[in-house]
Design a protein around this ligand. Structure first.
Ligand SMILES: [Zn+2]
Length: 228
């Protein structure tokens, strides 16, 4: 028996990320009700689905999959915002593991050789201490048994974007990514991982950068959430 751990649990009970209910010892991050009610994206095929079609506007992508819908008005967005803004690194890895397990039957893992996270700004990573897409990629890699490689970097933005609104700024990522793929990794099938896909511009521009670095590469995508 670990008295300290028991005391800690009484004083600081673990709560569901989404609804704040105190968790049972068997539950992790989400209560059972929330994990059942999670707004899962009805994914029927990795060859054709909405997030994939959005990304096709920006780059030739082989396969695509996602785990859930991202909705601002639903408390389920806390799964993503807790990773992104509240420093919940372990949750980031766990979400990646969940995602990989939930899509295991689609056999995407068998198709890809390596997992590459969408990079965040160097400054933002420094401030936050981590890149949320990298955490998710890490969790996915553990389950899919594929290595995670940081082949992409985001260039510092020099151009002033103050005239653009928030969404435009976030999506205005053309030419902002650079890829460096070491020789042994050329001609491989890369799974690009990100937190949320909205227009597909970010992940599409990352795919373009990877293809510019290696025209023989194949690219598939996995944003954990789809903001329809
Ligand atoms: Zn809950």
């Amino acid at each position: 028996m670990n008295l300290l751990a028991d005391l800690y649990n009484i004083l600081m009970p673990r709560r569901c990320v989404v609804c704040q209910t105190i968790l049972e010892p068997s539950e992790q991050y989400l209560c059972t009700a929330c994990s059942i009610q999670m707004p899962r994206y009805p994914l029927h095929s990795i060859e054709d689905n909405e997030p994939l079609r959005k990304a096709w506007n920006f780059a030739p992508i082989q396969y695509g999959a996602t785990l859930l819908y991202y909705r601002h008005h639903s408390n389920f967005h806390k799964i993503i915002t807790n990773i992104k803004y509240k420093g919940n690194e372990q949750l980031g890895i766990k979400v990646g593991e969940w995602a990989a397990m939930e899509i295991a039957h689609l056999q995407l893992a068998e198709k890809v050789d390596v997992i590459v996270p969408v990079p965040s700004d160097k400054n933002r990573k420094k401030k936050r201490g981590y890149n949320q897409a990298e955490l998710i990629a890490e969790g996915m890699g553990r389950i899919m048994q594929r290595p995670v490689k940081n082949f992409l970097v985001k260039k510092e933005s020099g151009m002033s974007q103050t005239r653009l609104n928030k969404t435009e700024r976030r999506e205005n990522t053309t030419g902002k990514f650079e890829a460096d793929i070491p020789l042994p990794w050329r001609g491989k099938h890369i799974l690009l991982v990100d937190d949320v896909l909205t227009t597909g511009a970010t992940i599409g521009n990352c795919a373009q950068a990877l293809l510019a670095a290696d025209s023989q590469a194949k690219i598939s995508i996995f944003p954990v959430a789809y903001n329809a």
